[in-house]
Design a protein around this ligand. Sequence first.
Ligand SMILES: [Zn+2]
Length: 447
Amino acid sequence: MSSVSVLESLLDRFRQIAATLRDTRTGANKRYSISDAASCALATFFFQAPSFLDFQRRMQKQAARSNCESLFGVEKIPSDNHIRNLLDGHDPEHFAPLFAECLQTARDNGALQPFLRLDGRLAVALDGIQIHCSDAIHCDLCSTRHVGKHKTVQYFHTMLGAAIVADGHNRALPLMPHFVQPQHNPDDGRSDDQRKQDCECNAAKRWLPAYIDLLRPFRPIIVGDDLYCCHPICHLIQTLEADFLLVCKPGNHKRLYELRHDDFTHSTDWLRTRNQQGQSELHRYRWQNGLPVRDSADAVHGTWIEFEIQRQGQRTYYNTFFTSLHVTAENVAQIARLGRARWKVENEAFNCLTCQGYNLKHNFGHGSRGLANLLATLNLFAFGLHTLLDGMRGLWRQVRDDSGTRRNFFDDLRCLSQRYWFPNWTALLTEMLAGDDPRAGPPHALA
Ligand SMILES: [Zn+2]
């Protein structure tokens, strides 16, 4: 399948799924469909342009057609207010099948190839991210905490993100996220941080059984922060016939570090290598098998790994991991590098969503019944589509490569789609390619 066909087909599926959202409106005022509202929100995230819809509304008014219609199948563009009202209250899980289809499509079209490690396996990174925090704006699904001297109430949303990651490149393919809605008991004597941790762990305990079937053909390795390196989660992952590779800090694993001893630790020599910037580095890996994750008779046992990098005599990276994988002198480097890729889910996926144009905290608003969670889900789906298309051969990839940087690509995409009408994705992407050729004429100008 060509990259454009894949995009059109997944956008079709998106519309089909959005069309089955339950319409609870009563009365005759049904001018705008929920499906159009969802597609407009997705278009905004896909183009990474908060003002995209304003331009399309103007185009619609002036020329009776818009890119919302031709590229996203929108019949009528609702106002931002309508979008908010139509989408608020719907369960983000409704869109979970799309993430599964994105993964299958990536597999069928070779886009998963760059993610395969350790003899064809996939690493799935879990990480929590706060997607909303305010002293004033809140909804029914907000969590709360008390901050500062005056114990001011703060409202927030936390999402457990999951993404397929790999060392050696900067891509991440998001999976369906899970939203944390902590139960507060002000008398439980725990700090807000402890409560947050409890909640992210609980979200992981719900996410894993729900999505592991989808991942099982890829023999998943769950990678994550020290927060998830605890007996219940390690045990759950093993019960689900997956493996774990988790950061393991001394402060939270006293028994493990008491039993770890240099006499029983295997070590590689300092291995000279070059990083992606071509700088010379020394890497060393140490590991010890058969250590418990906690001090109990039934504790999950695994292998402790230490990974250290030095450059010009200075330590530039140090981390320790706990894993259920069988570690040997031959594979320890591969495993440790995969553990290090854990940060990608944060840096590549979520920072990208919040900082690099995806406008995770977009001004459609917070809603009163969990709109923020639904918008974050649609935003992640847009990000997933980009990763999928980036990983495929075809017109999309050609334009991406031609643009040089990701930023240039989205600037061009935004600029052209806001000013000109395109009958389909092929026309838009072809125009972007031709745009670099000074002999090319103006686009199929409309405005
Ligand atoms: Zn809220």
